[in-house]
Design a protein around this ligand. Structure first.
Ligand code: PMV
Length: 346
């Protein structure tokens, strides 16, 4: 298969062990709904901020003695669904690289796993970086974004640091000009912080993949959600470019609540929001009432992230902890792109 932005290195260049690090991203304009489950092609564009906290570090070691891929996640053997997802992803890398060797994958999340804090974005972005290097694929950033997308849609954006937009169009993945990929958003004039209010770091009961498919299939609000998202993207880009924090926050909050409304309207409804999430939303509304520019966004889990300017971040973090007993808060800023940290062998 020929990819203009992927090529296989000469076999002497294959790195047998490669490690990479990638950071989670939180969407200001959300991706919720695939029009192609296999290729992971979204219905709408999405736009995110990559964080400087909770990275995933992943090491891929090719090993001819293994019968099949082994995955160690946070120090334990991965469960069956994680294992099959990672094996599927590596199968694709091997196909592109023309190499059958299985691999041992060690992956560690510094933050909570599967709790709506984007561990699949950082995880699949780190895996795409490490695996493509270990198997000797020479791939540019756009190619890496397309590859990461096949692991988890939102991972396409974690290849880039700071702010990224993932474009929905693209039908045929093998043609890079037609493919759906993310790229950096450079025109950002706001000094944003994102305060993560963690109310529950347990793994969610329903995966975003399953919840998304159910929403697309059954929610009568879905077409309206996609229409609104396209307008939100345009307004968000303009607000970021002119440094209008209030607009950025308003659009992000409306968009996130719209996503939750759409899934609540599915039949039966899907609810990631808990009483604690609502408590934190009230707290953010109260901060605004007191004159602070603070806005919330929530993903596929109960935890609430608050957008504000960096000078207000400590006050927001404190307010979240006081508002709901048991809340832990962590301050994030725009973070780095996914990158390799080491490679050995040949
Ligand atoms: O990439 P996934 O399948 O983990 O889906 C991510 C979905 C949201 O986090 C809710 C929204 C987004 O755009 O990141």
């Amino acid at each position: 298969m020929v990819y203009s932005c992927w090529k296989v290195c000469a076999s002497s260049m294959i790195h047998r062990t490669s490690s990479a690090i990638a950071y989670p991203n939180i969407a200001l304009i959300k991706y919720w709904g695939k029009r192609d489950e296999e290729l992971i092609l979204p219905y709408g564009d999405s736009l995110s901020m990559t964080l400087d906290i909770f990275p995933t570090t992943t090491t891929v070691s090719l090993d001819d003695d293994l019968a099949d891929d082994q995955v160690i996640l946070n120090g334990d053997y991965a469960d069956a669904s994680t294992l099959s997802r990672i094996r599927g992803f590596l199968g694709r890398v091997r196909q592109l690289a023309g190499c059958d060797t299985p691999a041992l994958i060690k992956t560690d999340n510094a933050g909570p796993t599967g709790a709506g804090l984007a561990s699949s974005a950082s995880g699949m972005a780190a895996l795409a970086c490490a695996a493509s290097d270990a198997y000797g694929l020479s791939v540019d950033r756009r190619g890496l974004s397309r590859l990461a997308r096949r692991g988890s849609g939102s991972a396409a954006r974690s290849i880039f640091g700071r702010f990224a937009i993932w474009y929905a169009p693209g039908e045929d993945d093998p043609d890079p000009d037609e493919a759906s990929y993310a790229e950096p958003v450079e025109d950002v004039a706001v000094d944003l912080a994102l305060v993560v209010g963690i109310v529950d770091d347990a793994k969610k009961n329903i995966s975003s993949r399953e919840a998304m498919a159910h929403t697309v299939a059954t929610s009568p609000l879905f077409p309206g959600w996609i229409r609104a998202g396209q307008a939100d993207i345009v307004a968000m880009r303009a607000a970021l470019a002119c440094g209008d924090l209030q607009k950025v926050g308003e659009i992000a909050e409306y968009n996130a609540l719209g996503m939750h409304a759409t899934m609540l309207a599915a039949r039966p409804g899907i609810r990631y929001l808990s009483a604690a999430s609502l408590g934190l939303l009230d707290c953010v509304a109260q901060l605004r009432h007191e004159g602070m520019c603070a806005y919330a966004t929530i993903d596929a889990g109960p935890n609430v992230k608050v957008l504000c300017c960096f000078e207000d971040a400590d006050r927001v973090a404190e307010a979240l902890c006081e508002a709901v007993v048991g809340t832990r808060s962590v301050i994030a800023r725009p973070g780095p792109e996914a990158h390799l940290v080491s490679h050995h062998g040949g």
